[in-house]
Design a protein around this ligand. Sequence first.
Ligand code: FAD
Length: 485
Amino acid sequence: MKTAIVIGSGVAGIATSIRLQLKGYQTTVLEKNSYLGGKLTEIQLGNFRFDAGPSLFTSPNLIEELFHISKKNMTDYFDYETCDISCNYFFDDKTHLTFYADKQKLKNEIESKLNVSFKPLEKYLKLSEYKYEATKPIFLEKSLHKTSTYFSKKLIKCIQAIPKLNLFESLDKTNNKALNHPKLIQIFNRYATYNGSSPYLASGILSLIPHLELNQGSFFPKSGMHSITKALTKLATDLGVQFITNISVNELTKKDEIIHSVKTNNGEYQADIIVCNADVKTAYDTFLNKFNKPYKILEQERSSSGIIFYWGINKKFSNLDLHNILFSSNYKEEFNHIFNLKSIYFDPTVYINITSKKNKDDAPENAENWFVMVNVPSDENHNWEEIRLITRKNIINKINKVLDTNIEDYIIEEDYLDPTRIQIRTSSAGGALYGSSSNSRNAAFFRHPNFSEIKNLFFVGGSVHPGGGIPLCLNSAKIATELID
Ligand SMILES: Cc1cc2nc3c(=O)[nH]c(=O)nc-3n(C[C@H](O)[C@H](O)[C@H](O)COP(=O)(O)OP(=O)(O)OC[C@H]3O[C@@H](n4cnc5c(N)ncnc54)[C@H](O)[C@@H]3O)c2cc1C
């Protein structure tokens, strides 16, 4: 039987192991941590459970596909529900906008609270779908680094769409032209953060992202985001994949231009195919350090990172839902701080995710589990201890001001994540959440391909093509497996 090794058990690593096992490879996943899932993990603080990393779940069809090709019934492993509210937005002037999944309700909300017509937004969302459908077959589902991708009929559709893709201007500019209220512009600028970028630098093509959340919908896995890791690991195990934890890959040895063996802290492994799910920059700095480095790719700017506080709150806030944003009053300055000054603005945009709104077991009665996050630069030798303390104060000021409360009175459990901890726990260079940023126009072409010049070495995960976030990681697993085919 052919054999495969996957280095790392992030969501892309697990998805790749499922696909390779189905292709007839006896697959082993080697994971450095004592637990599986990489960023897609959970923490427990007293009686509170928190999803530690990703909180927004879109494109569940990509998970469903893994069960479908495995000929298993997904509901035996995993269940999710559709959210009727995608997000609550709060502004300093006390405007509170609820983005309902139902378009008629959203229209009423926007027209009544902002006093503007819904039509421009309706048009924007239709265009978002068009951009997504035109570019998906080329940019998201195929390798950008194979000539065969450019000889498909779908390329013609993509080329015809170019005038409508807003490729050559910033997302902020696209949104300013298309939307009719500063608050809507700010809301739709936020989508640049979905891959760790700035709306003032990244291309307007990112205006395709809202299609996923606002047209296709946002979803909640019934037992929290971490149940994605649990379900996919169980599926992989049922198919025969072997997972080994607490094992760190230290070196790959090459013989006759193929990887001959994988050296770890606990012995040497051999396989016909090696798939790297570790952050690509860290991989080339560590176990691939004797290989030719793709310098241009590795030098790309890192995406933003995050400071996250996990707070057990012994009060319930009826005006909050699963996803809540408390916007900065100067969004441009916030991103200037993150990407140019490499610091954190005193008035940051604060994201609060509360899974106990959906899953009562995540917090005690009359309490809530708050995941509170602000975007920060990736690590460049910052003093994170000092920054975290200042940021905590600024976050508390913001919450108190916008929600008319004194939140510190209610915090009964606390932990945090910062870029250093993210780097230590997931090996992501600089603690970047999404690999490299999309701030440059050519960013898509400067992500590492899913293959390498070594015939049996492949790459998947958020730091390589097509990019970060769960849906794109799942796509990377599919692209790499097709290339292995
Ligand atoms: C705080 C936070 C919030 C986020 N929010 C969202 C969100 O709302 N929605 C969304 O879609 N995405 C979100 N993301 C991004 C998303 O989590 C990632 O894009 C995705 O989970 C990355 O998966 P991956 O497959 O690249 O692997 P990772 O999760 O990066 O895991 C890589 C694994 O490789 C292992 N590894 C590394 N080196 C070695 C080695 N030498 N030997 C063995 N194992 C090794 C690591 O230990 C790790 O387990 C968020 C991320 C974070 C941290």
